[in-house]
Design a protein around this ligand. Structure first.
Ligand code: FNR
Length: 366
Protein backbone atom coordinates (compact mmCIF):
# COMPACT_ATOMS: atom_id res chain seq x y z
CA UNK A 1 0.00 0.00 0.00
CA UNK A 2 2.40 2.64 1.28
CA UNK A 3 5.07 1.28 -1.05
CA UNK A 4 4.01 3.19 -4.16
CA UNK A 5 4.12 6.47 -2.30
CA UNK A 6 7.46 5.85 -0.61
CA UNK A 7 8.90 4.73 -3.93
CA UNK A 8 7.85 8.03 -5.47
CA UNK A 9 9.88 10.05 -2.98
CA UNK A 10 12.95 7.92 -3.34
CA UNK A 11 12.74 8.54 -7.09
CA UNK A 12 12.56 12.29 -6.68
CA UNK A 13 15.36 12.34 -4.15
CA UNK A 14 17.68 10.29 -6.35
CA UNK A 15 16.77 12.42 -9.37
CA UNK A 16 17.70 15.56 -7.43
CA UNK A 17 20.86 14.37 -5.71
CA UNK A 18 22.54 11.86 -7.99
CA UNK A 19 23.54 11.38 -11.58
CA UNK A 20 20.54 9.55 -13.03
CA UNK A 21 21.23 10.31 -16.66
CA UNK A 22 22.25 7.84 -19.33
CA UNK A 23 25.98 7.61 -20.02
CA UNK A 24 25.22 7.78 -23.74
CA UNK A 25 23.78 10.64 -25.77
CA UNK A 26 20.26 10.85 -27.16
CA UNK A 27 21.64 10.78 -30.72
CA UNK A 28 20.95 14.34 -31.81
CA UNK A 29 24.69 15.11 -32.09
CA UNK A 30 24.47 13.00 -35.27
CA UNK A 31 21.75 15.23 -36.70
CA UNK A 32 22.94 18.42 -38.37
CA UNK A 33 21.22 21.48 -39.72
CA UNK A 34 22.69 23.14 -42.78
CA UNK A 35 23.40 26.77 -41.96
CA UNK A 36 21.69 29.23 -44.28
CA UNK A 37 23.51 32.49 -45.01
CA UNK A 38 20.41 33.99 -46.63
CA UNK A 39 17.53 33.02 -44.32
CA UNK A 40 15.16 35.36 -46.21
CA UNK A 41 13.01 35.83 -43.10
CA UNK A 42 13.06 38.29 -40.21
CA UNK A 43 13.87 36.70 -36.87
CA UNK A 44 10.97 38.66 -35.36
CA UNK A 45 8.36 37.02 -37.61
CA UNK A 46 9.17 33.47 -36.47
CA UNK A 47 6.08 31.66 -35.18
CA UNK A 48 6.77 28.83 -32.73
CA UNK A 49 3.16 27.71 -32.28
CA UNK A 50 2.05 24.13 -32.90
CA UNK A 51 -1.26 22.27 -33.05
CA UNK A 52 -1.80 19.03 -31.19
CA UNK A 53 -4.95 17.01 -30.53
CA UNK A 54 -7.18 19.87 -31.60
CA UNK A 55 -5.48 22.55 -29.51
CA UNK A 56 -3.05 25.32 -30.34
CA UNK A 57 0.05 25.93 -28.22
CA UNK A 58 2.40 28.92 -28.24
CA UNK A 59 5.61 26.88 -28.08
CA UNK A 60 6.67 23.36 -29.12
CA UNK A 61 7.70 22.25 -25.63
CA UNK A 62 5.89 19.70 -23.46
CA UNK A 63 6.44 19.42 -19.69
CA UNK A 64 6.68 15.66 -19.20
CA UNK A 65 4.85 14.03 -16.29
CA UNK A 66 6.85 13.40 -13.14
CA UNK A 67 4.92 13.11 -9.94
CA UNK A 68 1.90 13.03 -7.67
CA UNK A 69 0.68 10.98 -4.75
CA UNK A 70 1.29 13.02 -1.63
CA UNK A 71 -1.27 14.84 0.46
CA UNK A 72 -2.37 18.12 -1.12
CA UNK A 73 0.23 20.79 -0.50
CA UNK A 74 3.22 18.55 0.11
CA UNK A 75 6.12 17.76 -2.21
CA UNK A 76 4.34 16.27 -5.23
CA UNK A 77 1.54 18.81 -5.12
CA UNK A 78 4.00 21.67 -4.99
CA UNK A 79 5.94 20.29 -7.97
CA UNK A 80 2.81 19.87 -10.10
CA UNK A 81 1.36 23.27 -9.25
CA UNK A 82 4.67 25.00 -9.95
CA UNK A 83 5.00 23.30 -13.34
CA UNK A 84 1.35 24.06 -14.07
CA UNK A 85 1.75 27.79 -13.40
CA UNK A 86 4.68 27.87 -15.83
CA UNK A 87 2.70 25.88 -18.43
CA UNK A 88 -0.28 28.20 -18.02
CA UNK A 89 1.93 31.28 -18.43
CA UNK A 90 3.56 29.96 -21.62
CA UNK A 91 0.51 28.11 -23.04
CA UNK A 92 2.29 24.78 -23.32
CA UNK A 93 0.99 21.32 -22.32
CA UNK A 94 2.02 19.34 -19.27
CA UNK A 95 1.60 15.90 -17.77
CA UNK A 96 1.34 14.72 -14.18
CA UNK A 97 3.15 11.63 -12.86
CA UNK A 98 1.66 8.19 -12.44
CA UNK A 99 -1.79 8.31 -10.85
CA UNK A 100 -1.51 4.80 -9.49
CA UNK A 101 -1.12 6.24 -6.01
CA UNK A 102 -4.36 8.19 -6.51
CA UNK A 103 -6.27 5.13 -7.68
CA UNK A 104 -5.16 3.35 -4.48
CA UNK A 105 -5.43 6.34 -2.18
CA UNK A 106 -8.07 8.71 -3.53
CA UNK A 107 -7.25 11.26 -0.81
CA UNK A 108 -4.01 12.08 -2.66
CA UNK A 109 -5.95 13.51 -5.65
CA UNK A 110 -5.11 17.10 -4.81
CA UNK A 111 -1.41 16.51 -5.44
CA UNK A 112 -2.30 15.98 -9.12
CA UNK A 113 -4.87 18.75 -9.28
CA UNK A 114 -3.69 21.98 -10.90
CA UNK A 115 -6.87 23.47 -12.39
CA UNK A 116 -7.06 26.08 -9.61
CA UNK A 117 -3.73 27.59 -10.73
CA UNK A 118 -3.83 26.59 -14.39
CA UNK A 119 -7.41 26.82 -15.66
CA UNK A 120 -6.49 26.62 -19.36
CA UNK A 121 -3.50 24.31 -19.40
CA UNK A 122 -3.69 21.20 -21.59
CA UNK A 123 -3.26 18.62 -18.86
CA UNK A 124 -2.39 14.96 -19.34
CA UNK A 125 -3.15 12.28 -16.74
CA UNK A 126 -0.92 9.23 -16.34
CA UNK A 127 -1.34 5.50 -15.71
CA UNK A 128 1.06 2.59 -16.23
CA UNK A 129 0.67 0.03 -19.01
CA UNK A 130 1.38 -3.01 -16.78
CA UNK A 131 -1.66 -2.18 -14.65
CA UNK A 132 -3.77 -3.07 -17.70
CA UNK A 133 -2.19 -6.51 -18.13
CA UNK A 134 -4.52 -9.51 -18.25
CA UNK A 135 -2.21 -11.24 -15.78
CA UNK A 136 -3.25 -9.16 -12.78
CA UNK A 137 -6.67 -9.88 -11.28
CA UNK A 138 -7.31 -6.29 -10.19
CA UNK A 139 -6.30 -4.94 -13.62
CA UNK A 140 -7.22 -1.43 -14.64
CA UNK A 141 -9.95 -0.74 -17.16
CA UNK A 142 -12.07 2.17 -18.33
CA UNK A 143 -13.21 2.96 -14.78
CA UNK A 144 -9.69 3.71 -13.54
CA UNK A 145 -8.83 5.54 -16.76
CA UNK A 146 -11.88 7.80 -16.40
CA UNK A 147 -11.08 8.39 -12.75
CA UNK A 148 -7.51 9.41 -13.62
CA UNK A 149 -8.65 11.98 -16.17
CA UNK A 150 -11.83 13.30 -14.61
CA UNK A 151 -10.72 13.68 -11.00
CA UNK A 152 -8.12 16.21 -12.10
CA UNK A 153 -10.07 17.59 -15.09
CA UNK A 154 -7.37 16.50 -17.50
CA UNK A 155 -7.65 16.72 -21.29
CA UNK A 156 -5.97 13.45 -22.20
CA UNK A 157 -4.44 10.33 -20.66
CA UNK A 158 -0.86 9.14 -21.00
CA UNK A 159 -0.23 5.43 -20.61
CA UNK A 160 3.41 4.93 -19.69
CA UNK A 161 5.30 1.92 -20.98
CA UNK A 162 8.23 1.15 -18.68
CA UNK A 163 9.27 -2.49 -18.99
CA UNK A 164 12.92 -1.53 -18.50
CA UNK A 165 12.38 0.12 -15.14
CA UNK A 166 10.04 -2.59 -13.91
CA UNK A 167 12.46 -5.32 -14.97
CA UNK A 168 15.39 -4.02 -12.92
CA UNK A 169 13.56 -3.31 -9.67
CA UNK A 170 12.85 -5.96 -7.07
CA UNK A 171 9.16 -5.12 -6.68
CA UNK A 172 8.69 -4.44 -10.40
CA UNK A 173 5.45 -5.00 -12.31
CA UNK A 174 6.80 -7.19 -15.07
CA UNK A 175 3.46 -8.48 -16.30
CA UNK A 176 2.86 -7.08 -19.76
CA UNK A 177 0.76 -9.88 -21.25
CA UNK A 178 -2.41 -8.61 -22.93
CA UNK A 179 -1.57 -4.92 -22.56
CA UNK A 180 -1.99 -4.04 -26.25
CA UNK A 181 -5.40 -5.73 -26.37
CA UNK A 182 -6.48 -3.98 -23.18
CA UNK A 183 -5.42 -0.62 -24.59
CA UNK A 184 -7.32 -1.36 -27.81
CA UNK A 185 -10.46 -2.07 -25.76
CA UNK A 186 -9.92 1.02 -23.65
CA UNK A 187 -9.36 3.21 -26.71
CA UNK A 188 -12.59 1.95 -28.31
CA UNK A 189 -14.69 3.29 -25.42
CA UNK A 190 -12.65 6.08 -23.93
CA UNK A 191 -13.82 9.63 -24.68
CA UNK A 192 -10.39 11.27 -24.24
CA UNK A 193 -7.22 11.14 -26.36
CA UNK A 194 -4.62 8.58 -25.27
CA UNK A 195 -0.89 9.22 -25.52
CA UNK A 196 1.39 6.19 -25.29
CA UNK A 197 4.65 7.20 -23.65
CA UNK A 198 7.93 5.49 -22.99
CA UNK A 199 10.00 6.56 -20.03
CA UNK A 200 13.60 6.53 -21.28
CA UNK A 201 14.08 3.48 -23.49
CA UNK A 202 12.42 4.70 -26.71
CA UNK A 203 9.66 3.44 -29.00
CA UNK A 204 10.53 1.29 -32.04
CA UNK A 205 8.75 1.42 -35.40
CA UNK A 206 7.20 -2.00 -34.69
CA UNK A 207 5.61 -0.80 -31.44
CA UNK A 208 4.57 2.51 -33.02
CA UNK A 209 2.71 0.71 -35.82
CA UNK A 210 0.84 -1.42 -33.26
CA UNK A 211 -0.10 1.61 -31.21
CA UNK A 212 -1.36 3.42 -34.30
CA UNK A 213 -3.36 0.36 -35.37
CA UNK A 214 -5.37 0.36 -32.13
CA UNK A 215 -6.16 4.06 -32.42
CA UNK A 216 -3.70 5.59 -29.95
CA UNK A 217 -3.65 9.34 -30.58
CA UNK A 218 0.02 10.27 -30.08
CA UNK A 219 3.38 8.84 -29.03
CA UNK A 220 5.88 10.29 -26.58
CA UNK A 221 9.02 8.42 -27.62
CA UNK A 222 10.68 8.81 -24.19
CA UNK A 223 14.01 7.80 -25.66
CA UNK A 224 17.45 6.85 -24.34
CA UNK A 225 19.89 9.64 -23.56
CA UNK A 226 18.24 11.52 -20.70
CA UNK A 227 16.93 10.30 -17.36
CA UNK A 228 17.69 6.59 -17.01
CA UNK A 229 15.25 4.64 -14.84
CA UNK A 230 17.78 1.85 -14.52
CA UNK A 231 20.07 4.46 -12.99
CA UNK A 232 17.38 5.45 -10.48
CA UNK A 233 16.83 1.78 -9.64
CA UNK A 234 20.59 1.28 -9.31
CA UNK A 235 20.62 3.71 -6.38
CA UNK A 236 17.54 2.10 -4.88
CA UNK A 237 18.79 -1.47 -5.18
CA UNK A 238 18.99 -3.35 -1.90
CA UNK A 239 21.61 -5.94 -2.80
CA UNK A 240 24.51 -6.64 -5.12
CA UNK A 241 22.45 -8.65 -7.58
CA UNK A 242 19.96 -5.81 -7.94
CA UNK A 243 22.71 -3.22 -8.31
CA UNK A 244 24.42 -5.32 -10.96
CA UNK A 245 21.26 -5.76 -13.00
CA UNK A 246 20.37 -2.07 -12.91
CA UNK A 247 23.93 -1.03 -13.79
CA UNK A 248 24.03 -3.48 -16.69
CA UNK A 249 20.88 -1.97 -18.19
CA UNK A 250 21.71 1.68 -17.35
CA UNK A 251 22.06 2.59 -21.04
CA UNK A 252 19.53 0.16 -22.54
CA UNK A 253 17.17 1.43 -25.19
CA UNK A 254 16.57 3.33 -28.39
CA UNK A 255 18.05 6.81 -28.51
CA UNK A 256 15.56 9.66 -28.71
CA UNK A 257 16.68 10.90 -32.14
CA UNK A 258 16.49 7.39 -33.59
CA UNK A 259 13.08 6.74 -32.06
CA UNK A 260 11.67 9.97 -33.50
CA UNK A 261 12.83 8.91 -36.98
CA UNK A 262 11.45 5.37 -36.63
CA UNK A 263 8.05 6.55 -35.41
CA UNK A 264 7.80 9.40 -37.96
CA UNK A 265 8.75 7.05 -40.80
CA UNK A 266 6.29 4.29 -39.85
CA UNK A 267 3.21 6.18 -38.60
CA UNK A 268 1.23 9.39 -39.01
CA UNK A 269 0.96 9.94 -35.26
CA UNK A 270 1.94 13.20 -33.58
CA UNK A 271 5.23 12.76 -31.73
CA UNK A 272 6.56 14.17 -28.47
CA UNK A 273 10.36 13.90 -28.41
CA UNK A 274 11.34 13.38 -24.77
CA UNK A 275 14.59 12.00 -23.37
CA UNK A 276 17.68 14.11 -22.76
CA UNK A 277 16.36 17.28 -24.39
CA UNK A 278 18.55 19.91 -22.73
CA UNK A 279 18.88 22.80 -25.19
CA UNK A 280 16.93 24.51 -27.93
CA UNK A 281 19.17 23.49 -30.84
CA UNK A 282 18.56 19.83 -29.98
CA UNK A 283 14.85 20.58 -29.66
CA UNK A 284 14.78 22.29 -33.07
CA UNK A 285 16.41 19.17 -34.55
CA UNK A 286 13.67 16.99 -33.04
CA UNK A 287 11.00 19.24 -34.56
CA UNK A 288 12.78 19.17 -37.92
CA UNK A 289 12.80 15.37 -37.70
CA UNK A 290 9.02 15.34 -37.37
CA UNK A 291 8.16 15.79 -33.70
CA UNK A 292 5.43 18.22 -32.66
CA UNK A 293 6.99 18.85 -29.25
CA UNK A 294 10.24 18.43 -27.42
CA UNK A 295 9.47 17.05 -23.94
CA UNK A 296 11.41 17.89 -20.80
CA UNK A 297 11.34 16.40 -17.31
CA UNK A 298 14.52 16.31 -15.20
CA UNK A 299 15.84 19.87 -15.75
CA UNK A 300 12.58 21.32 -14.43
CA UNK A 301 12.52 19.23 -11.26
CA UNK A 302 14.99 21.34 -9.27
CA UNK A 303 13.14 24.68 -9.53
CA UNK A 304 9.76 22.91 -9.28
CA UNK A 305 10.64 21.28 -5.94
CA UNK A 306 11.35 24.74 -4.54
CA UNK A 307 8.09 26.13 -5.87
CA UNK A 308 10.14 28.44 -8.09
CA UNK A 309 7.76 29.22 -10.98
CA UNK A 310 10.07 31.90 -12.38
CA UNK A 311 12.95 29.42 -12.32
CA UNK A 312 10.93 26.93 -14.40
CA UNK A 313 9.87 29.66 -16.84
CA UNK A 314 13.45 30.90 -17.16
CA UNK A 315 14.69 27.48 -18.27
CA UNK A 316 11.84 27.12 -20.75
CA UNK A 317 12.37 30.62 -22.17
CA UNK A 318 16.02 29.81 -22.70
CA UNK A 319 15.00 26.76 -24.76
CA UNK A 320 12.45 28.84 -26.67
CA UNK A 321 14.99 31.50 -27.62
CA UNK A 322 17.46 28.84 -28.73
CA UNK A 323 14.81 27.12 -30.88
CA UNK A 324 13.89 30.49 -32.40
CA UNK A 325 17.52 31.28 -33.17
CA UNK A 326 18.11 27.90 -34.80
CA UNK A 327 14.96 28.42 -36.91
CA UNK A 328 16.25 31.82 -38.03
CA UNK A 329 19.59 30.32 -39.08
CA UNK A 330 17.92 27.69 -41.27
CA UNK A 331 15.34 30.13 -42.65
CA UNK A 332 12.23 28.50 -41.15
CA UNK A 333 9.55 30.95 -40.07
CA UNK A 334 7.32 28.28 -38.52
CA UNK A 335 7.55 24.67 -37.35
CA UNK A 336 6.02 23.37 -40.58
CA UNK A 337 8.80 24.99 -42.58
CA UNK A 338 11.35 23.64 -40.11
CA UNK A 339 10.27 20.13 -41.14
CA UNK A 340 11.30 20.85 -44.71
CA UNK A 341 14.82 22.21 -44.17
CA UNK A 342 17.70 19.94 -45.18
CA UNK A 343 19.15 17.67 -42.47
CA UNK A 344 22.35 15.69 -42.54
CA UNK A 345 22.47 12.53 -40.45
CA UNK A 346 25.85 11.00 -39.65
CA UNK A 347 27.55 8.41 -37.47
CA UNK A 348 25.82 5.88 -35.23
CA UNK A 349 22.36 7.33 -35.86
CA UNK A 350 22.82 7.05 -39.62
CA UNK A 351 24.15 3.48 -39.38
CA UNK A 352 21.17 2.46 -37.25
CA UNK A 353 18.57 4.14 -39.41
CA UNK A 354 20.01 2.74 -42.65
CA UNK A 355 19.30 -0.76 -41.31
CA UNK A 356 15.84 0.08 -40.03
CA UNK A 357 14.16 2.51 -42.42
CA UNK A 358 14.50 3.96 -45.90
CA UNK A 359 16.51 6.97 -44.76
CA UNK A 360 16.20 8.90 -48.02
CA UNK A 361 12.46 8.43 -48.11
CA UNK A 362 12.20 9.48 -44.45
CA UNK A 363 14.27 12.63 -44.98
CA UNK A 364 12.10 13.54 -47.98
CA UNK A 365 8.74 13.06 -46.30
CA UNK A 366 9.20 13.81 -42.61
C1 FNR B 1 9.61 10.79 -14.55
N1 FNR B 1 8.99 10.19 -15.64
C2 FNR B 1 7.72 9.64 -15.48
N2 FNR B 1 7.00 9.22 -16.57
C3 FNR B 1 5.74 8.72 -16.42
O1 FNR B 1 5.10 8.39 -17.41
N3 FNR B 1 5.18 8.60 -15.18
C4 FNR B 1 5.84 8.99 -14.06
O2 FNR B 1 5.31 8.86 -12.94
C5 FNR B 1 7.16 9.54 -14.20
N4 FNR B 1 7.86 9.97 -13.10
C6 FNR B 1 9.03 10.66 -13.26
C7 FNR B 1 9.66 11.24 -12.16
C8 FNR B 1 10.83 11.98 -12.30
C9 FNR B 1 11.46 12.62 -11.11
C10 FNR B 1 11.42 12.12 -13.59
C11 FNR B 1 12.70 12.89 -13.80
C12 FNR B 1 10.82 11.53 -14.68
C13 FNR B 1 9.64 10.14 -16.97
C14 FNR B 1 9.57 11.44 -17.72
O3 FNR B 1 8.24 11.75 -18.07
C15 FNR B 1 10.45 11.42 -19.01
O4 FNR B 1 9.91 10.51 -19.94
C16 FNR B 1 11.88 11.02 -18.76
O5 FNR B 1 12.34 11.53 -17.53
C17 FNR B 1 12.82 11.50 -19.87
O6 FNR B 1 12.91 12.91 -19.91
P1 FNR B 1 14.17 13.73 -19.30
O7 FNR B 1 14.11 13.57 -17.82
O8 FNR B 1 15.41 13.11 -19.87
O9 FNR B 1 13.96 15.14 -19.74
Amino acid sequence: EELTIIRKFEHIEHCLKRNVQAHVSNGFEDVHFVHMSLPEIDKDEIDLSVEFLGRKFDYPIFIAGMTGGTKGSQLAGRINKTLAKAAQELNIPMGVGSQRAMIRKPETWESYYVRDVAPDVFLVGNLGAPQFSETIPERYGIEEALKAVETIQADALAIHMNPLQESVQPEGDTQYRGVLKALAELKAEFPYPIIAKETGAGVSKEVAVRLESIGIDAIDVGGLGGTSWSAVEYYRAKDEMGRNLALRFWDWGIKTAISVAEVRYSTELPIIATGGMRDGITMAKALAMGATFAGVALPLLKPAVKGDVEGVIKILRRYIEEIRNAMFLVGAKNVEELRRVPLVITGFTREWLEQRIDLREYLRSR
